[in-house]
Design a protein around this ligand. Structure first.
Ligand code: HEC
Ligand code: HEC
Ligand code: HEC
Ligand code: HEC
Length: 115
């Protein structure tokens, strides 16, 4: 009984995610799902209609998330969260319901995946 209702909940969560990820569950949604996040965890409501904004991300992740050094060209390395560009809104890169976009590439051509 408990098992089957748990399964039902999981099925509901997974199917609603497919709806909002342009037919694709991207990596970030999967990780968030693996950690039992629901729509409410980010949006504060069960039936969202607006973006939660970056403050929600910061509540769980903090202002500064450490990232590894990535080699972009020659011997130039970047840590995406720390650059000459200063503070950037999380949602400029992390799209959550769609594929992430590295905003740095408005000017650069870095081959870096956004999760
Ligand atoms: C990890 C946090 C997170 C979770 C979990 C999440 N969302 Fe979102 N959602 C966002 C963010 C961030 C945006 C804004 C994306 C953007 O503007 O690029 C958004 C946007 C939306 C929008 C569009 C709002 C608009 O401005 O048009 C809807 C609708 C939505 N989410 C529904 C859902 C539903 C339904 C669920 C649960 C299945 C869910 N979200 C789970 C973070 C989340
Ligand atoms: C309720 C808490 C919570 C909220 C809100 C939340 N996250 Fe997360 N996020 C997590 C957890 C837990 C993980 C998994 C961490 C791990 O596996 O080490 C995670 C993982 C991630 C990852 C790593 C994905 C990967 O595949 O490695 C990214 C990127 C991320 N979150 C960005 C965001 C952004 C951007 C927002 C705001 C829109 C957000 N998160 C909101 C809890 C949250
Ligand atoms: C300039 C684009 C950009 C912005 C802005 C940005 N991120 Fe990221 N973030 C990335 C990329 C790219 C990665 C993957 C780095 C890698 O491959 O190691 C990442 C990784 C992460 C991870 C996973 C870290 C891990 O364990 O590997 C989390 C969590 C995260 N970001 C949260 C945030 C939050 C919260 C904000 C806002 C405060 C934010 N990011 C702003 C591009 C961005
Ligand atoms: C509005 C344009 C713009 C944006 C957005 C931007 N940069 Fe830059 N960046 C520049 C300019 C201009 C230079 C200096 C000229 C050069 O050396 O290419 C530079 C130089 C650099 C350099 C040293 C030169 C190189 O290419 O090795 C790195 C590393 C770098 N940026 C990383 C980043 C990262 C990471 C982001 C995103 C978080 C970012 N930049 C966002 C314009 C930008």
């Amino acid at each position: 009984m408990l098992k089957s209702s748990l399964l039902a909940v999981i099925v509901i969560i997974i199917s609603s995610t497919f709806v909002f990820a342009d037919g694709n569950t991207n990596v970030i949604n999967k990780k968030h799902l693996d950690n039992s996040l629901t729509c409410k965890s980010c949006h504060g409501v069960d039936k969202p209609s607006a973006s939660p904004g970056k403050d929600t991300c910061i509540e769980c992740h903090g202002e500064v998330v450490k990232t590894r050094e990535i080699n972009v060209h020659d011997d130039v390395k970047v840590k995406v969260h720390e650059s000459h560009y200063g503070e950037i809104d999380c949602l400029e890169c992390h799209k959550i319901h769609g594929k992430g976009q590295l905003m740095c590439n408005q000017c650069h051509k870095f081959n870096i995946d956004v999760k």
